[in-house]
Design a protein. Structure first.
Length: 341
């Protein structure tokens, strides 16, 4: 945030409010009326019309902050006559990066970037991701150019753990509609059923993985279980959050297993519908295959003898671990209804 913007924002609100915001950096320290006063002051400082709701509140890393909606960038672009030009695009290590140059009516220019993960994407998903990178770059350039570089744009929310708030800045309740307790997570019975399934799957995967490498007659150095239940469940929680299937409290997510959350969120997806269960199991299967590929590469690098004369067997082990039938082929009848063989 520029010094000029900070000064104008501070001057636009009572000194005690400005002091609490600047010292603590957390709008949760303010009451509802004070948060709204801060909201109006930020709009006035940037020349924005608050009636267009350019900002909203959210909880980010445990602090209540403002984030910029698309209406914010649209107002700023029109107000300052900003134009955008794509300077370059680059694809590196599964990341698609777009660099945008922004120019004002006066001829002043600035540049910024937008980056998205495209690794493994194809077709429409890849096209949408590239367009999102362009939008990110344009909005980031607009906010930075107009002295709002400290404000996160809504297009960046998919890369950070956050929790939305209502208009007054109070965090909205988490509503996964589980039908149990506060509705945040699954019941103990539903969680147990999911964890029983996950434990059995992981045990079968590890057994098959170790058996495949045992065929070499010599145990490769560094051979270990392919995965564990906590590892897989944590990945699936992240996947479920990123795909909008569940919502979690950021603080709870940071504490992770210390709060015994294992299975309580993923069980929601497991029991929600046949389609959702299939999506969950497919992602679990894909993730296991990805782990098998990584571990195979590590073993091959650590054990040169695998490459000298036994490459065919090692490749077969990797292929088996990464195959769609790890550990058994999944059909509609395999995943739904519960308990059906």
């Amino acid at each position: 945030m520029s010094t000029d913007l900070a000064t104008r924002t501070a001057d636009a609100m009572p000194s005690e409010i400005a002091e609490r915001v600047l010292v603590h950096g957390d709008l949760a320290k303010l009451n509802s009326n004070e948060r709204m006063a801060y909201y109006i002051a930020r709009c006035d400082a940037a020349g924005l019309d608050p009636r267009g709701r350019p900002f909203e509140f959210l909880v980010l890393q445990g602090k209540t902050v403002l984030y910029a909606k698309k209406e914010c960038a649209e107002q700023l672009n029109g107000m300052h006559g900003l134009s955008h030009e794509i300077v370059s695009t680059e694809l590196v290590s599964g990341l698609y990066e777009v660099r945008v140059r922004i120019t004002s009516r006066s001829g002043r220019t600035s540049e910024d970037i937008g980056t998205v993960v495209v690794d493994g994407l194809r077709g429409a998903d890849l096209a949408n991701a590239r367009m999102k990178a362009v939008t990110k770059a344009k909005r980031r350039a607009t906010l930075s150019f107009c002295g709002l570089g400290d404000v996160i744009d809504e297009n960046e929310l998919d890369t950070v753990e956050h929790r939305r708030c209502n208009e007054s800045g109070t965090p909205l309740p988490i509503a996964n509609k589980s039908g149990y307790g506060s509705g945040q997570y699954a019941s103990p019975e539903a969680t147990k059923e999911w964890l029983d399934d996950l434990n059995g799957y992981v045990d079968r995967c590890n057994a098959k993985w170790l058996d495949q490498w045992a065929r070499h007659g010599e145990t490769p150095d560094g051979l270990k279980d392919l995965c564990n239940v906590w590892q897989v469940d944590n990945h699936l929680i992240k996947w479920a959050r990123e795909t909008g299937r569940v919502e979690t409290d950021p603080a709870t997510a940071e504490r992770g297993l210390q709060n015994r959350q294992i299975g309580r969120y993923t069980a929601l997806v497991f029991h929600r519908s046949p389609e959702e269960r299939k999506a969950l199991l497919r992602e679990r299967q894909r993730y296991i295959g990805e782990l098998a590929e990584r571990q195979t590469e590590l073993l091959m690098n650590k054990n040169p003898w695998l490459k000298d004369g036994q490459t065919e067997e090692a490749t077969e082990a990797k292929a088996d671990a990464d195959a769609d039938d790890l550990p058994d082929d999944m059909t509609d009848s395999d995943v739904w209804p519960p308990g059906k063989e």
